[in-house]
Design a protein around this ligand. Structure first.
Ligand code: NAD
Length: 257
C-alpha cells in the first residue's frame, strides 16, 4: 500500500503535535501547520526523529485562500490527503457583554470555519480515491456549555454539526467524519487559562486545576494526550468505515452527569 498522508492543523503545539507524533510513528507523510514562530523547526524535528516525509505550512486558519493553498501544496507534494485532522483552535474567556467582537470572529474562523474550508478543499481528492478520514478535534464544549465561553462553545457545537453533515455526504465515497470531544488535556492552551483564572480568582494554579477545571469531570485528572491520540489513530484506519458522524466524549465522566 502507498504511504498515507495526513494534514493536521495546529500541529506545532499541544494536542496537534501529539497527534503528529502518533502518525509519524506509523510512517505517514505529514503536512504540519501552525502559527508558532518555530513551527518549521518543530515539524522538521518530528520528521527527523521518525524518518518521514513532511511539509510545514504557516497558513493562517482565518484565511480560506491560505487553507486552500495548503491543501494544494500537500497534494502537489504527496499526491493526496488521506486523513485531515482539524485541530487548530484558540480560546477566549469573557462574560458575553464584554466579549470582544474580534475574538468572536477569530474563534469562529479558526475553530469552525477553517474545518469547513479544508473539508471542502480535500473533498474532491478523497472522493476520487474512495477513501478519506476527517477527524475534528472538538471538545466536551461541543456537547455542553460553560459560562463565559460563548464563542468557543458556539464554534465547538458548530463543528459537531458539521461533522454529522460531512458524515452523511461522505458515506457513499468511504469518507468518514468524526469529532472527538475531550475534557481537559494539559496543553499550552489550558496552561494559559489556568494562569488567567488563578490571577482572576487570586487562587493557586493547583487549586484552579482541581476546583475549577476538573470540577465537572468525575475523574479528577487531565485527559492523557495518549488517549486522544489512540482515538484519532483508530478513526484514521481503514476498518472502522462504519464509525461516522459521531461526537465521541473523552471526558472523565463529564457527560455522564
Ligand atoms: P495549543 O494552544 O497547544 O495549540 C493550538 C494550535 O493551533 C497551535 O499549533 C497553534 O499554532 C494553532 N493555531 C492557533 N491559531 C491559529 C491560526 N490562526 N492558524 C493556524 N493555526 C493556528 O492548544 P491545544 O490545547 O493543543 O488545542 C488543540 C485543539 O484541541 C483545539 O481545537 C482545542 O479547542 C481542542 N481542545 C483542547 C482541550 C484542552 O484541554 N487542551 C480540550 C478539548 C479540546
Amino acid at each position: 500500500m502507498r504511504t498515507r498522508t495526513v494534514l493536521i492543523t495546529g500541529s506545532t503545539s499541544g494536542i496537534g503535535l501529539g497527534i503528529a507524533h502518533a502518525f509519524a510513528a506509523k510512517g505517514y507523510n505529514i503536512l504540519f501547520n501552525g502559527v508558532e514562530k518555530n513551527g518549521g523547526e518543530i515539524a522538521a524535528g518530528v520528521a527527523e526523529r521518525y524518518q518521514i516525509r513532511h511539509l510545514f505550512s504557516g497558513a493562517d486558519a482565518r484565511s480560506p485562500q491560505a487553507l486552500r493553498e495548503m491543501v494544494q501544496q500537500c497534494v502537489a507534494t504527496f499526491g493526496s490527503v488521506d486523513v485531515l485532522v482539524n485541530n487548530a483552535g484558540i480560546q477566549h474567556v469573557s462574560p458575553v457583554e464584554d466579549f470582544p467582537d474580534d475574538k468572536w470572529d477569530d474563534i469562529i474562523a479558526i475553530n469552525l470555519s477553517a474545518a469547513f474550508h479544508l473539508a471542502k478543499a480535500v473533498w474532491p481528492v478523497m472522493k476520487s480515491q474512495q477513501f478519506g478520514r476527517i477527524i475534528n478535534i472538538a471538545s466536551i464544549h461541543g456537547l455542553f456549555a460553560s459560562a463565559f465561553k460563548s464563542a468557543y462553545v458556539a464554534a465547538k457545537h458548530g463543528i459537531v454539526g458539521l461533522t454529522k453533515t460531512l458524515a452523511l455526504e461522505g458515506a457513499p465515497f468511504n469518507i468518514t467524519c468524526n469529532a472527538i470531544c475531550p475534557g481537559y488535556v494539559h496543553t499550552p492552551l489550558v496552561e494559559k487559562q489556568v494562569q488567567d483564572q488563578a490571577r482572576a480568582h487570586n487562587m493557586s494554579e493547583e487549586r484552579v486545576m482541581t476546583e475549577v477545571f476538573l470540577a465537572k469531570q468525575a475523574v479528577k485528572s487531565f485527559i492523557p494526550m495518549e488517549t486522544v491520540c489512540a482515538m484519532v489513530m483508530l478513526l484514521a484506519e481503514d476498518e472502522p468505515g462504519t464509525i461516522t458522524g459521531t461526537a465521541l466524549p473523552l471526558d472523565g465522566g463529564w457527560s455522564a452527569q
